[in-house]
Design a protein around this ligand. Structure first.
Ligand code: GLY
Length: 398
């Protein structure tokens, strides 16, 4: 665990971004006695936090070469039930937390081979997942396609209604005294004391300057575009577009209860009857168009796993922008600029990583301690070997 100077005086904090990181950390800091101003370019919680599917899929999304990230994912997943219970108790908002678990299905024999390979890899990591025949999977979810040859189940990969989550966090923030400035983009961070390093003194917005002891960068996919940061403190984060669809089931007779993954698709049933289909993965900047091809592939892939979707009304379609860092892992904690703190770059895992991000980053701002869980995820990892070359690469990639 790293330590910086502890202080008994509570810092004033300016938060850039009103997604669930900004809201969650704002809530914790205001509850601890900090004066917190949160600046959101649009309406709070209506970007990636709203667009997401709310899967807490630490296990089935585990990929090769991401051991440190997997540890962080599992740690946050462990914290989710207590976090949800606390937030619901404080706000009275039902977060739609569901613990039926997740089933990953193969559509044909080739998929089953690929699924077996992934299963062996994830099992080798010690993850708590279970191989199933198609028949066993259909006994759990009778509307799965009869052609499914095999599946993997993870009872620990739960889900939460991310839209209820941001409603709850906004309520908790306002009750704790966070001053929320909507439709107020931050244009620059004010830093005194040199081109690299130095100390923050506040932020610039369209409506003027705002002074603060601490500035939290939680602007998601927009984090790279805030001016005033020296190269070593500019997060290499870019938008990664995802198209999604919302179908409507009868909540009294849902066609599925588990989260279901198939090739190119995830299907997430909500308590209120919504059935979320996601998502495309497109490196197209802030292109917000829904496309015929994207919608076609989502519907086709979902239909192959769960043919009964054919009968369901299509209520909603939307595009979200994942905040994706250069190595697909989040950027958390202190920076070379005193008082500038990061909570951004969560890529596909923003909802899953909320509890550990909110706890650890708040703790750092309040106590100056970097929790060991987030230590590997500092911004310094992008600039370790050769600062100039790395920052040039960040310029090109972000
Ligand atoms: N976590 C799911 C996605 O990013 O599409």
């Amino acid at each position: 665990m790293q330590h910086s100077e502890p202080s008994t005086v509570k810092p004033s904090v300016a938060i850039i971004g009103g997604g669930l990181c900004g809201l969650g950390i704002g809530w914790r800091l205001a509850a601890a006695g900090c004066a917190v101003d949160l600046f959101e370019r649009d309406k709070v919680g209506r970007s990636a936090s709203w667009a997401a599917a709310g899967m807490l899929a630490a296990n089935v999304e585990a990929e090769p070469g991401e051991d440190l990230l997997l540890s962080l994912d599992l740690e946050s997943q462990r914290r989710w039930p207590a976090f949800a219970t606390e937030l619901s108790a404080v706000t009275g908002v039902d977060l739609g937390y569901r613990d039926e678990g997740t089933i990953v299905v193969a559509i044909d024999r080739d998929d089953a081979e690929a699924l077996r390979f992934t299963y062996e890899f994830q099992k080798g990591l010690g993850l708590d997942i279970e191989w199933m025949t198609g028949g066993q999977a259909r006994r759990l979810e009778p509307h799965l396609s009869p052609g499914i040859p095999a599946a993997v189940r993870c009872a620990l990969d739960h889900q939460v209604d991310n839209r209820q989550l941001v409603v709850a966090l906004e309520k908790a923030c306002r009750a704790a005294g966070v001053v929320i400035h909507e439709n107020t983009p931050v244009t620059a961070v004010d830093i005194s004391g040199g081109a690299s390093g130095g100390r923050v003194s506040g932020v610039q917005t369209a409506t003027g300057a705002h002074r603060a002891d601490v500035v939290l960068m939680a602007a998601g996919a927009w984090s790279y575009d805030i001016d005033g940061l020296p190269p070593m403190a500019r997060p290499p984060v870019r938008p990664l577009k995802g198209q999604m669809l919302g179908l409507r089931m009868d909540p009294r007779a849902p066609i599925v209860d588990h989260v279901v993954w198939g090739p190119g698709i995830y299907i997430v049933p909500r308590k209120d009857g919504r059935l979320i289909l996601g998502a495309t993965v497109e490196d197209k900047g802030f292109d917000s168009d829904m496309t015929a091809g994207g919608v076609f592939r989502l519907l086709e892939s979902a239909w192959e796993a769960l043919p009964q979707i054919e009968e369901l009304p299509l209520d909603e379609m939307w595009v979200g922008f994942r905040p994706t860092s250069r190595d697909d892992a989040p950027i958390l904690g202190p920076t070379p600029v005193q008082g500038l703190v990061m909570a951004t770059g969560h890529h596909r895992n923003g909802i899953l990583l909320a509890p550990v991000t909110i706890d650890a980053v708040s703790d750092f701002i309040l106590n100056g301690a970097v929790e060991s869980a987030i230590e590997p995820f500092g911004i310094g990892r992008f600039y370790k070997r050769d600062d100039d070359q790395s920052s040039n690469r960040a310029e090109r990639r972000a």
